[in-house]
Design a protein around this ligand. Structure first.
Ligand SMILES: Nc1ncnc2c1ncn2[C@@H]1O[C@H](COP(=O)(O)OP(=O)(O)OP(=O)(O)O)[C@@H](O)[C@H]1O
Ligand SMILES: [Mg+2]
Length: 242
């Protein structure tokens, strides 16, 4: 069963046609990555799924339920957790208070003790304010907050952005842990190598068009294909990041 199934998605910003008949599926319990250079439309795709940006046409199904053009809280109610690009923690709240913000949590394994077990660093820093955290800690906190709503699908938009390689490894480890928990993960990334390591399925978006779709392992092993998909912007794809 597909946890998320998008088809024929067209999204505009004003008169700019950004997404062109985008179709993608995230199989339940798998990790699906959406790759593509700056401005390809990755965030727009996620915002369209979440109802934060209204698509003009298409279909977005969450576990078979049509949610296109539903407001964000209705999409979230289908057990979709969303960690937006650029980490939004409350800078003046402590870690612990940031974790108390999610409301109306559904049944599931994640509560604050379990979160501290998963993210020992957050427990160590639980009395620190959001603004005192490193980028990596802020990312962990953003993910932790989404997990407290016990989503079945977790959407992460460029979680590795701006983080040191060692911290990136920690973030990707969480993705693997979530998969082991049976969660479906939709991972937007520019860090192609790391994303392909944790993902089962990969999509590549270019100028709002899906230009590649297939098993992540096959793409990971096809250097020439990666290079041709990245085209002139190989460096924007962070191909050298370990
Ligand atoms: N609010 C907006 N208004 C108008 N145009 C926008 C807006 N947000 C994004 N765009 C444009 O839509 C296109 C897709 O942007 P989007 O943010 O989805 O790309 P992205 O793949 O997430 O890029 P990045 O890797 O830099 O995050 C870009 O051309 C961008 O300039
Ligand atoms: Mg983006």
């Amino acid at each position: 069963m597909n946890a998320i199934e998008v088809s024929g998605l067209n999204t505009f910003y004003g008169k700019s046609h950004i997404l062109h008949d985008v179709a993608l599926a995230a199989k339940e319990g798998s990790v699906t990555t959406l790759l593509g250079r700056n401005g390809a439309g990755k965030t727009t795709t996620m915002r369209s799924i979440m109802g934060l940006t209204l698509p003009r046409s298409g279909s977005i199904k969450v576990f078979g339920v049509e949610v296109i053009r539903q407001p964000p809280h209705r999409v979230a109610r289908q057990r979709v957790g969303y960690v937006p690009e650029g980490r939004r923690v409350f800078p003046n709240l402590t870690v612990e208070d940031n974790l108390k913000v999610p409301q109306g949590s559904s049944e599931g394994p994640f509560d604050i003790p379990r979160i501290y077990q998963l993210f020992p660093r957050l427990e160590e820093r639980r009395m620190n304010r959001g603004r005192q955290l490193s980028g990596g800690e802020q990312e962990m906190l953003s993910i932790a907050r989404a997990l407290l709503l016990n989503p079945k699908v977790l959407i992460l938009d460029e979680p590795s952005q701006g983080l040191a390689p060692l911290i990136v490894k920690d973030v990707f480890r969480i993705v693997t842990t979530m998969k082991q928990e049976g969660m479906t993960v939709l991972l937007v990334e520019q860090n192609v190598r790391m994303a392909l390591e944790v993902a089962d399925t990969a999509y590549v978006l270019d100028h709002g068009v899906v230009v590649h779709e297939g098993p992540a392992a096959a793409l990971a092993g096809d250097e020439a294909l990666i290079q041709s998909l990245a085209g002139a912007s190989a460096e924007e794809w962070d191909l050298d990041k370990a």
